[in-house]
Design a protein around this ligand. Structure first.
Ligand code: ADP
Length: 379
């Protein structure tokens, strides 16, 4: 069985084609700059890689072009479209309704659109992508895998904000958490590495990429995570500020004569590592500058790591100890300084049997596995 994984962003479509029998990736790539004149598709198969400049005006055209490349007579990974047996879609927000992955029907599609009010940047592209894929592949099963679903096991005490209760009922204001597919995947891998059942383990998973979040995972279920109503809460990130005093929103608006849109843009796109350092949102650049003695680069890295350590401390308390800390994504997998600082600062609390695991994340693989399970069951 071959499964195509589609991940639609605000102007891009990432894709991977899996052969489930071998659990191998047959082809992968990205269609970038949808709706722009210089849109293009990259396509990688085995060790061949091509980049095609091609104009696509919307998700339907982009996904059609991706399928054309997958079945390309010379470069394609498949002979025909019919060799794609199912499609798995990444969807960011499933709210409280979608607690696990599901086969998409008319109702689910409408609800994904509806939850665009909670994730205005993320759900609309997913909705458009799913609609396009349903048009191109009307006869195969398509599955939605939600970023929020894994955190639906959080208890009330962890997901409620200290705001008037009516806001929760009226507007759905609560902590949802994101990166769920990544946390779930690395937790499963950790159990394999530790050779212990997941439902016996207490894990702290740190997804440190451009976006960053930490999850406290007790016996395979998320009981707390650092992102909240939106992916802005929690850790310092590439361009997002993470936790701040909420009173600052009004204060900044007043002081700088900013609009709500301005403040949103500042906190989401101009803060974090980029904002503090004034240099870059890329950890590699900051590490290089730090080595040259740049003080702001050092400050941004110190704040970043300190906050990771602080959250780990909080989750050690929430979990009442942990068997392992998992580090994943670009920064988590590559920056030794973080591992050293965690050990140095938390070494005494963590205990002797404690492990620190670096595990590459692979959200697409988990989406493929979820899709496979659901499609198989329904046949
Ligand atoms: P995304 O969240 O967009 O998937 P990634 O998981 O690719 O992001 O992580 C991007 C971050 O990881 C960037 O800050 C980048 O600098 C950092 N990163 C990637 N590779 C390395 C490396 N070898 N050393 C240090 N930082 C790295």
């Amino acid at each position: 069985m071959n499964i195509l994984i589609i991940n639609c962003g605000s102007s891009s479509v990432k894709y991977q084609l899996f052969c489930m029998r071998k659990m191998s990736v047959l082809a992968r790539g990205i269609a970038e700059k949808i709706g722009c004149r210089d849109s293009y598709i990259s396509y990688q198969k085995a060790n061949a890689s091509i980049r095609v400049k091609v104009y696509f005006k919307d998700y339907f055209t982009a996904i059609s072009k991706i399928v054309d490349l997958l079945v390309h007579p010379q470069k394609g990974a498949l002979k025909s479209k019919t060799e794609i047996n199912a499609i798995g879609h990444r969807v960011v927000h499933g709210a409280e309704e979608f607690k696990s992955s599901l086969v998409i029907n008319k109702y689910a599609l409408e609800r994904i659109k509806y939850y665009g009010r909670l994730a205005p940047l993320h759900n609309p592209p997913a909705y458009n992508g799913i609609r396009a894929a349903l048009k191109i592949f009307p006869r195969i099963k398509q599955v939605a895998v939600f970023d929020t679903a894994f955190h639906q096991t959080m208890p009330e005490e962890a997901f409620m904000y200290g705001l008037p209760y009516a806001f929760y009922k009226k507007y759905g204001i609560r902590r949802y958490g994101f990166h769920g597919t990544s946390h779930r995947y690395v937790a499963q891998q950790a159990a394999k590495i530790l050779r212990r059942p997941l439902n016996k383990l207490k894990l702290i998973s740190c997804h440190l990429g451009n976006g960053c979040s930490i999850a406290a995972i007790k016996f395979g279920r998320s009981i707390d995570t650092s992102m909240g109503f939106t992916p802005l809460e929690g850790l310092l990130m590439g361009t997002r500020c993470g936790d701040i005093d909420p009173a600052l929103v009004g204060y900044i608006m007043e002081k700088g004569q900013y609009s709500i849109e301005d403040v949103n843009a500042i906190m989401n796109r101009k803060s974090g590592l980029l904002g503090l350092s004034g240099i870059s949102n890329d950890m590699r650049d900051l590490l290089a500058q730090r080595r040259k003695g740049n003080k702001k680069a050092k400050l941004a890295i110190d704040v970043f790591i300190y906050r990771v350590i602080k959250y780990i401390g909080a989750y050690l308390a929430a979990l009442n100890g942990a068997d392992a800390i998992i580090l994943t994504a670009g920064i988590g997998e590559n920056v030794a300084l973080i591992r050293q600082r965690i050990k140095k600062r938390l070494g005494n609390i963590l205990g002797r049997n404690f492990k620190m695991l670096v595990i590459p994340t692979d959200e697409e693989r988990l989406i493929a596995l979820d899709t496979f399970k659901l499609v198989k069951r329904r046949k």
